[in-house]
Design a protein around this ligand. Structure first.
Ligand SMILES: [Mg+2]
Length: 323
């Protein structure tokens, strides 16, 4: 297998394994997860909507031999029959509408578009294709979420995959600046600023960093549920796109060469653990390649063969298009 094929497989399998790693803990608080010594003890290989929709995007790129919005819509609609596993309301309602022929994205700033975008980052990772990467990450996002943070988050995650795919090692500062600069547009408001601020978290304890980043940019009324005595200060990563993406990038940067350590750290942060696991897992899996994802996790992944086959087909089409 070529290096590049290993990275395509690492991205898609890394997303699915990260999703399944976080699945047993979705909605948990860090204070409770810290009591579990070995988070992998509850791993059952059960992935959720994050992986299902990532595969929907991958399949649309295969079928269309590149991005095609109508083929993507068809693949999103097919997902309704799988059926969806733990979907977000914004995504589900928008796709139910697509099935009726109505384009009516939700106004959600949730992480439902960042979690599924990694195949676009793979397919358009070449320097000459980065404008297409941005365009298609945005279009794929707008099908379900009509919110600047969701769009920006999807673009950032796709760009992160494209960044790491050919790097022999990660320079944290260059990685952070590249991602922030890529969305440095008034349209994306505070998102680039928050990405740049990641530099301030690299030298402090992980626990403190994730507690703070986990609620970054969350505003009233959504912050209110985290300010109750039951949750406040106990550690959680919100499903709003900004904290989800910041924490996922942060956990990757901390342990770039260690796939399992990066997903363990992000899942231990609590909150939307399947999605943070999926995003961090896709980026780390791309950087490290399939061989560096522990086989004990890959072997127990549900529908492993089918997921690997999709990733291989995506790679094959990519090579044909780029020959
Ligand atoms: Mg999920």
């Amino acid at each position: 297998m070529s290096d590049l094929e290993s990275k395509f497989l690492g991205c898609i399998i890394g997303c699915a394994v990260g999703d399944a790693f976080g699945e047993p803990y979705e909605g948990s608080l860090r204070s409770d997860l810290e009591k579990i010594y070995d988070l992998s003890s509850r791993y059952r290989g059960r992935y959720t909507d994050d992986t299902q929709l990532t595969l929907a995007i991958a399949n649309s790129l295969i079928e269309g031999r590149g991005f095609n919005i109508n083929i993507l819509i068809d693949n999103f609609i097919k997902w309704l029959n799988e059926p969806p596993i733990g979907p977000g309301y914004g995504c589900l309602s928008a796709i139910l509408n697509l099935a009726k022929g109505i384009r009516s994205p939700s106004n959600s700033g949730g992480n439902g578009t960042a979690m599924r975008v990694s195949p676009i980052g793979l397919f358009y990772h070449k320097e000459k294709d980065l404008d297409l990467l941005k365009k298609y990450a945005k279009e794929s996002s707008l099908l379900t979420h009509n919110h600047w943070a969701a769009t920006a988050g999807a673009i950032v995650v796709a760009r992160a995959v494209a960044y790491v795919i050919n790097k022999p090692k990660i320079d944290e500062y260059d990685f952070i600046d590249t991602l922030a600069n890529f969305i440095d547009d008034p349209e994306y408001r505070t998102f680039p600023k928050y990405i740049r601020e990641l530099k301030n978290y690299l030298e402090i304890p992980v626990k403190d960093a994730l507690k703070d980043l986990g609620l970054k940019g969350v505003e009233h009324p959504f912050i209110d549920i985290f300010n109750t005595p039951e949750i406040k200060g106990k550690g959680v990563i919100s499903g709003y796109t900004i904290p989800t993406v910041l924490c996922s990038l942060y956990s990757f940067i901390l342990f770039p060469n260690n796939y399992q350590k990066s997903i363990e750290e992000i899942v231990r942060g609590g909150g939307d653990t399947d999605t943070t696991g999926a995003i961090c897992g896709a980026i780390s899996g791309t950087f490290n390649g399939i061989e560096k994802i522990p086989s004990s996790l890959v072997n127990h992944l549900k529908n492993k063969e089918q997921i690997i086959s999709t990733a291989k087909q995506l790679y094959k089409i990519y090579v044909e298009i780029n020959e």
